[in-house]
Design a binder for this molecule. Structure first.
Ligand code: NDP
Length: 480
């Protein structure tokens, strides 16, 4: 069986413990490879390699750092099929989605920061008293990048690319549930000759590898994407050590549809925004609010469209919904469907596990599920489910739906559908959310700030925001 290796100091190596964790194919429900069960010792090796590489890498001209990123991007593009297949097998997502979204975006992340770093400027402030200030933006040191399983390479590269572009050296930990494309990335880094120690990838559990990284006094920066609870754990460790921290956490995103919305577009997009990647995108719309005049028609047509989604083999053309990432995650999602029923909800479609064992797929498939009849403040409408489950609720007025939308502890992404321009701006201003999409969803310009408010996170990724995060400003004042 294939054994994944850690990537430390430019080499692929086995974990010091020689212990491995089973890696499952979620569609088949079978172990298909082994992941290093790395320990603090492996993390120390990686940190030490990153520390040794830091001075040279941070002093490498940015044009040369940029070239490495571009080469990594090109290699990923060249090997698109291999990466996409690996992502689909590892995560359970449709191959078509990995091919169209995950892998192209991972390549784009490297390409984008290859360009961004050469255009990144620092400030200068002139004083009439006869002095000038200039701000140096310096790389910080060893950076921890910890990422989740839902968009494995996409989110992993979204952190690594700006961190190394800015001149830091990275110790990265992908989710232990989806390590395969991070492993392929380490091979690409070797192929392009990335200097040793600049990027190190340590596989293994969060409570071991992630915890050792968060604890280490040699890691002054942590960039984390994952659940709010884990973010809290990391923040508790990092705060007394005054580490620089970026946290991209959970969401419970509202999709607000007014009667005057473009009907066909809203219908098409909401099927995607609620159920893409089996609902396992932090930006997915999980609470759909529809204005009363359109409600019944929208509900009927939406249910029809959701029922038509094909749950099936992720590798087959025509599959819309693949497997959920793990058995325990599937059980959590099904548990929430039971909770919704206990809370008085009516399941309009879906609601059950899908048995595909006749096709040799003994994995973790769940029907896309839509639930109505729940109050806005019940647990189903307040807690993150992170699966193919959405609720639908009617509303009458702007004030009412704003109250519903803003009622959760989260504030990541809101989607708003209306043709009334004034209302669109008014609502965008009032929504408690780091991102507002109006008449679209997941339309991404990588220059824009990305992140959430309230329990959805601290700080922003994307564009120059990320380069600012991964550098420390130092003001120099000269009087002349
Ligand atoms: P987790 O928080 O469980 O894990 C995220 C990463 O943190 C994994 O690599 C995990 O390792 C690691 N980890 C776990 N425990 C610790 C620890 N004590 N110290 C350091 N690292 C640790 O999230 P999931 O992987 O389950 O991802 C789903 C969550 O991610 C959802 O809540 C979703 O909303 C959020 N998310 C947020 C996004 C955003 O941009 N705001 C984007 C995408 C997802 P291991 O796998 O071993 O547990």
């Amino acid at each position: 069986m294939q054994k994944i290796q850690n990537y430390i100091n430019g080499e692929l190596i086995d974990p010091t413990s020689s212990e491995y964790i089973d890696n499952y194919n979620p569609a088949k429900g079978e172990v298909y490879s082994l992941i290093p069960d790395s320990t603090e010792e492996d993390v120390e090796l990686a940190i030490s390699a990153a520390k040794s590489a830091f001075r040279s890498w941070s002093e490498t001209p940015k044009e040369i750092r940029s070239d490495y990123l571009l080469k990594i991007s090109q290699k990923i593009e060249e090997r698109l099929e291999e990466f996409a297949l690996a992502e689909s097998i590892d995560n359970g997502k449709p191959l078509s989605l990995a091919r169209k979204v995950d892998i192209p975006r991972a390549a784009k992340n490297f390409r984008f920061y290859s360009s961004a770093i050469v255009h990144f400027e620092s400030e200068s402030h002139y004083m009439e008293l006869g002095a000038i200030n200039y701000t140096l933006r310096k790389a910080i040191g060893v950076t921890a990048c910890i990422s989740p399983w839902n968009l494995p390479l996409y989110l992993f590269s979204w952190k690594i690319a700006p961190a190394i572009a800015a001149g830091n050296c990275v110790v990265a930990k992908p989710s232990e549930i989806t390590p395969m494309t991070a492993y392929l990335l380490s091979k690409v880094c070797i192929e392009v000759g990335l200097p040793k120690g600049v990027l190190n990838i340590v596989h293994g559990y969060g409570h071991k590898v992630g915890n050792a990284l968060s604890e280490s006094n040699d890691v002054p920066v942590i960039s984390f994407t994952g659940g709010t609870k884990t973010g809290e754990t990391i923040a508790r460790i990092a705060a007394p050590k005054f580490k620089k921290l970026s946290l991209e956490l959970g969401g419970k995103n509202p999709c607000i549809i007014f009667d005057d919305a473009d009907y066909d577009k809203v219908l098409d997009t909401t099927v995607r925004s609620a159920f893409a990647n089996q609902g396992q995108i932090c930006l997915c719309s999980s609470r759909i609010f529809v204005q009363d005049k359109m409600y019944e028609k929208f509900k009927r047509d939406f249910v029809h469209r959701v029922k038509a989604l094909k749950v099936g083999n992720p590798n087959e053309n025509g599959t819309d919904q693949g497997a959920l990432v793990s058995k325990s995650h599937m059980e959590k999602v099904l548990g929430y469907i039971d909770l919704a029923k206990e809370e008085g909800g009516t399941v309009l479609c879906g609601g059950k596990q899908v048995d595909l064992s006749e096709q040799g797929l003994n994995g973790w498939f769940v029907e896309p599920t839509l639930i109505e009849g729940l109050s806005y403040d019940c647990r189903t409408n307040q807690e993150e489910i992170f699966g193919p489950v959405a609720t639908i609720t009617p509303f009458k007025t702007e004030e009412e739906v704003l109250m519903y939308a803003n009622s959760t502890e989260y504030g990541l992404a809101a989607t708003l559908w209306t043709s009334n321009l004034s209302r669109a701006h008014r609502m965008a201003n009032e929504l408690h959310s780091g991102i507002v999409w109006i008449n679209c969803w997941l339309l991404r310009d990588l220059r824009t700030p990305f992140g959430g408010v309230k329990n959805s996170g601290v700080g922003r990724e994307g564009g120059f925001e990320a380069l600012r995060f991964f550098t420390e400003p130092k003001n120099v004042c000269i009087q002349y």
